[in-house]
Write a protein that binds this ligand. Structure first.
Ligand code: GDG
Length: 508
């Protein structure tokens, strides 16, 4: 019998493709918190990451083979990378179609933006089958397969259809909608049934988990919920699974460390020196209608109108990173934002003061942290968000315990940051404007007290703790059967030390 490994599945492989100084193509690891946290666990025991390569690798020069690049990438990351091939049509209908024109808007409570095109469903099924086949080809029965996000809900069901037995966990990075929204999905029974095929299903918040259990209770029969706490059991007539809430987080030390680097401090000073004598507000979002950018701009204008003393005293720096531009809603949103920024700046700009500095493009991670540090107010107002990592990154980067976080109550992050953040309803333009005014006038003692609470919470509940708590719930009591769990605790300590999951593995 071979040793059980950790196998991670996500829509895309966590890699970036670059060229070096000699124009040679190279694959390197991606930079997200998930990659940082899972990398060491995967490396430790020969783990595997399975995902789609994206469109980029299609344009490789002839002398570079994909296999050679992946091999190189694997030696760079320290774990195996297994690609899933998708046809152009599958990408269009499974990824842009079913995933991003149905599940994404529906799960963010925006059913009016859904395009329930029936041709998307078969593509979603067939793409999920491709991923399941890749699992079958690259893993064995002992492995633990951790599936990520809404693009891959059907993988466990497809594995069963293929006759494969695997221990599986699923984590949903986006919210799970309430029953009256979920019920509009034409494939509601298939999607719910597919989720019930995993051994563990994880959500970002208690609210998401409650919504899911409500849907299961209403749309299936004979289900019992057993247990309390953040992980409970669901007993259906056919099977038993665990359902939990696991709020995702960030690598706190990475952001706190970057904030203290001389280069980042220098860049922070440059931003401040160029925008003197004013409070800086900061927003950074993927271009997405869920992020509430137009509402935020309207709230900013409302603050300038109702509190004229803020004019010349505050500037909003808004970064928007383009995404999913082939979908019409995203194109329209981009135009809407450009128009609003133009109108606001056209109306209020005076010599020496531009109300909004708008950056359409992405920043490097150190640049991002410079902006987090330079801006004393973060304005994060999604209409709905699974978690929102920007809110946590902002807190981790405020190493001087100053700075005010204005946060939407509809972001998953609100539940853990509510003691310190100014919570707002993003649809309430005047309420957000009042929060901007309050933040601009907050005294340093209150800022410090609030930031201390938030930094404490993010430091304690970092991405490493998130990985360990999900995996612990996934492997249940069989720690000894999963040697990769030794990454979190040496085997000899497993029985004696019941508190090890409350520590970051970095401490070991
Ligand atoms: C999904 C869920 C959930 C953004 N701009 C730049 C940049 N970023 C980085 C941020 C942050 C990440 O992108 C965005 O994460 P969010 O959590 O805010 O949002 P989604 O992309 O929608 O992620 C979300 C998340 O999954 C995790 O479960 O929280 O709710 O929707 O890390 O720093 N990074 C750099 N330059 C940029 O310009 N370097």
């Amino acid at each position: 019998m071979s040793e059980a490994r950790l196998v991670v599945l996500s829509n895309r492989l966590p890699i970036v493709l670059t060229t070096d100084s000699k124009k040679k193509w190279k694959i390197g690891p991606g930079s997200g918190g998930l990659v940082t946290a899972l990398g060491p666990v995967l490396r430790d025991r020969g783990g595997i990451w399975i995902g789609w390569l994206g469109a980029g690798l299609k344009e490789l020069p002839e002398d570079t083979t994909r296999e050679a690049l992946l091999q190189e990438g694997a030696s760079e990351t320290g774990y195996a990378l297994k690609p899933v091939d998708l046809t152009r049509e599958e990408v269009r209908d499974y990824y842009f179609g079913f995933s991003n024109e149905i599940l994404w808007p529906l799960f963010h409570d925006l059913p009016s933006l859904c395009n329930f095109d029936p041709s998307f469903w078969p593509a979603y099924v067939s793409a999920n089958r491709r991923f399941a086949e890749a699992v079958l080809d690259n893993t064995c029965e002992e492995d633990f397969v951790w599936v990520h996000d809404y693009q891959l809900i059907l993988v466990a069901a497809e594995l069963k259809r293929l006759g494969a037995k695997r221990r599986t966990g699923f984590f949903l990075h986006i919210p799970f909608p309430p029953l009256d929204v979920f019920i509009r999905l034409p494939w509601r029974f298939q999607v719910l049934d597919a989720l019930l095929r995993y051994d563990l299903v994880g959500f970002q918040t208690e609210r998401d988990r409650r919504n899911f259990i409500d849907c299961v209770r209403s749309l299936t029969s004979g289900v019992r919920v057993v247990g309390h706490g953040h992980v409970c059991k669901l007993l259906t007539p056919e099977r038993e699974l665990r359902v939990g809430s696991f709020p995702i987080s960030i690598d706190f030390q990475e952001f706190a460390g970057l904030a203290k680097r001389p280069g980042v401090i220098g860049q922070t000073k440059l931003i401040r020196d160029n925008l003197p004598n004013r409070k800086l507000l900061f927003g950074v979002d993927r271009l997405d209608y869920t992020k509430g950018i137009p509402n935020r701009l309207k709230a900013f204008v409302n603050a300038l109108e109702r509190y004229p003393e803020l004019r010349r005293r505050i500037t909003l720096i808004q970064v928007v990173v383009p995404s999913r531009e082939s979908i019409s809603e995203y194109k329209a949103l981009k135009q809407d934002i450009h128009r609003l920024v133009g109108e606001i700046n056209g109306r209020y700009t005076q010599v020496g003061w531009t109300p909004i500095i708008y950056i359409c493009g992405s920043l490097s991670r150190p640049e991002l942290v410079s902006y987090y540090q330079a801006c004393e107010i973060a304005l994060i107002t999604p209409l709905k968000d699974g978690m929102n990592l920007v809110a946590k990154e902002y807190c981790a980067s405020r190493v001087k315990y100053d700075g005010v976080l204005i946060l939407s109550e509809f972001a998953g992050a609100a539940s853990s940051l509510q003691g310190g953040a100014l919570l707002v309803n993003p649809y309430d333009v005047e309420g957000v404007a009042d929060a901007i005014h309050r933040a601009a006038n907050m005294d340093s003692d209150e800022k410090r007290r609030r930031m201390k609470l938030m930094r404490h919470s993010v430091r304690k509940n970092d991405i490493f703790r998130w990985v360990s708590s999900f995996l612990k719930a996934g492997v249940t009591d069989d720690l000894a059967q999963f040697p990769f769990m030794e990454f979190f605790v040496p085997r000899r300590k497993q029985e004696a030390d019941s508190s090890f999951f409350h520590q970051s593995p970095l401490q070991h």
